[in-house]
Design a protein around this ligand. Structure first.
Ligand code: NAP
Length: 299
């Protein structure tokens, strides 16, 4: 673990998808640390049920991340109440878990509207105030599915790969303003994620996929309420990262995530090595001056 220096004065967090699961765990951990939290979810009453009434350190707001007008209103309300947002946690999301061909274009749009476009919208609304204050932390909740593609998680993994690319790129852009972006890859955590209230599956059934779809649906159903990850411990770990002077750009949560990310690194390395000669063969014979390109980002 990197060294960290606990914050002296309370920070203000804004957490999306805070009514349940990881989001609720993050809110509880931040409140336990003495911080102030703007907790948001689609229906405000679900926040009161999960977190109790608003108080000095807790402001609950209705925020559907797919509705831009609600995004700006929530950020304005947070800034009006607490003066600044120190930590943004883009946590709202769900999994559309089916093979690609059993999904529809509307399923793709809906998955991206929440997991990607909503996350970007909230980030766009929060960044100007962080930039003005030259400080901030952004945690984008991705998934091991943002590192490892898996059959029957195609739409979900695609959306989380997008979150990874967005976060890694943004981290470089805003570091100069004292803003740190960390993309988080949880493994399986004990939340509603795989419950019918959250997960979505493909509506159409294609006979060729019947066996794999049934197999993976059975796996997800058996895994629900049978995950190793604890949302409150996840929240406490984010508080630790929020305290870290130099937080990582990527952070994996859970021993299952550690194993899956490690396996991906190993397989990437093996494929790179196995095809290295062919990869190197595509450079042209023309004159090439790498030093002519001066931007630092792609060196
Ligand atoms: N649990 C896992 O195993 C796991 C693993 C890897 C990554 N993740 C990621 O962790 C994040 C949280 O998931 P979870 O496991 O805590 O699932 P969860 O228990 O189902 O909670 C999902 C949360 O997201 C909110 N949400 C969904 N759509 C929203 C929208 N359009 N606008 C605002 N809020 C919305 C829900 O709010 P409502 O109450 O309004 O529905 C709820 O608070 C997700 O991004 C998920 O992809 C979870």
């Amino acid at each position: 673990m990197t060294s960290h220096s606990p914050q002296a004065s309370p920070r203000t967090w804004l957490v999306t998808g805070a009514s349940r699961g990881l989001g609720a765990g993050i809110v509880r951990a931040a409140l336990d640390a003495g911080d102030r939290v703007v907790a948001t979810a689609r229906r405000r009453e679900t926040l009161a049920e999960a977190l109790g009434p608003d108080g000095e350190n807790l402001l609950t707001l209705a925020l559907d991340v797919t509705r831009p007008e609600q995004v700006q209103a929530a950020v304005d309300a947070a800034l009006g109440r607490f003066g600044g947002i120190d930590v943004l946690v883009n946590n709202a999301g769900y999994g559309h878990l089916s093979v690609f061909e059993e999904s529809t274009p509307e399923d793709v749009q809906a998955q991206f509207d929440t997991n990607v476009f909503g996350l970007m919208q909230v980030t766009r609304a929060v960044l100007p105030s962080m930039r003005a204050r030259r400080t901030g932390r952004i945690f984008n909740i991705s998934s091991v599915g943002g590192i490892v593609g898996g059959e029957s998680g195609t739409l979900y993994c695609t959306s989380k790969f997008a979150v990874e690319g967005f976060s890694e790129s943004l981290a470089g852009e805003v570091r100069r303003f004292g803003i740190h972006v960390t993309v988080v890859e949880p493994g399986f955590f004990r939340t509603d994620f795989l419950e019918p209230t959250s997960v979505r599956h493909g509506a159409s059934a294609i006979a060729d996929y019947a066996a794999v779809s049934a197999d993976l649906k059975a796996f997800y159903d058996a895994r629900s309420r049978n995950q190793a990850g604890d949302p409150l411990r996840f929240g406490k770990a984010l508080v630790t990262l929020a305290d870290a002077p130099t937080p990582p750009v990527r952070w994996s949560a859970g021993t299952d995530a550690l194993g899956m990310v490690q396996a991906k690194i190993t397989s990437l390395q093996a494929e790179l090595d196995a095809w290295r000669e062919l990869s190197a063969s595509t450079d042209g014979d023309f004159e090439f001056r790498p030093e002519a390109a001066t931007a630092t980002a792609w060196r």
